[in-house]
Design a protein around this ligand. Sequence first.
Ligand code: SF4
Length: 367
Amino acid sequence: MAQTTPLLNLIALNADEMRSLVQELGWPRYRTNQILRWLYQHRVLDIETMTNLSKADRARLQDVATIHRMVSPSPAVASDGTVKFVWNLEDGLAVETVLIPEGRRRTLCLSSQVGCTLDCGFCLTAEMGLKRSLRAHEIVGQVLNAQAYLPEGEHLTSLVFMGMGEPLVNFEPLAEAIQRLTNIEWGLGFSPRRITVSTAGWIPRFPDVRRLGVNLAISLNATTNEQRARLMPAVNGRYDLSGLLEACRHYTQFSERPLTFEYVLLAGVNDSLDDARRLVSVLYGIRCKVNLIPFNEFPGSMFRRPAPDVIETFQRIVRNKGLDVFLRKSRGDDVLGACGQLGRSASEVLNRTTTNKKRNLPLYAQP
Ligand code: SF4
């Protein structure tokens, strides 16, 4: 019986692979960019609609290739307009993306892995462990699909890698995805200034991020090494707080962009007056701003969100010392789309117990 060769997924090819395909088909070189433009600028899902290819060439391409993007069965829309997409991947796994509308801004929070390599104690995604890292086209697919979801005339204004996973552990696909997102000639044409990569502190990749020209955010969450080792044991075990801060200081010396530090405020854990003062002192000499993120509670979580007056005092202390410090509003928490809540359905979360036996984390703030 004759064996059929599986069709290539055009969106899974990088520009070099597309060039090779065009060459194999015996077509002129300019055809590579024509096809790439159809995929990323016109966002077509059918080779038949590539109308600057002749009918015969379209048929030839359809003999060997197809366009397959992942699908989201039905996005969940939160009461504040935040949209959570759960994309089905080809191997049966699923990954999540969150669209955050605010005024005229449309921010997309992207995932880089299914689950996560790391084990931050306050993060729901961490409980999944790592299922696998995403490929470049699965990262770009989140952007293409979210853009397609928006009504005519609305556009994504910024992209943040703050969803599931540690992006810098999956660096090559991340860099390839950013290349497709920022390429002006045939790609999506995003300015690198509108893209932020957030890391738990995977410092060997900091110079590579600087070369990409995108913004870098650090998920800090602690002001002593002991505190960080408890909250973020995996990453801190490799790169401790002092090494991280040294890498950050070095980064801002060679980058024109300031860093952003994310600090999840956990009641009774890292929200004291001493924590606020120490935060100012550990960031001394680093060009940066600080985003405070009051913990987004979920059923079964061992942490609690600090009271509003505690949050306000923390922010005031940091601001009075001259640092730019902002309070991030919680968005989409009624669909588990808020920061640190990705990776579990609402029903799974409701069935959890209040202790986390699997990871044996200390209970800092019992309800
Ligand atoms: S906070 Fe980010 S890096 Fe840490 S476990 Fe969650 S997804 Fe991974």
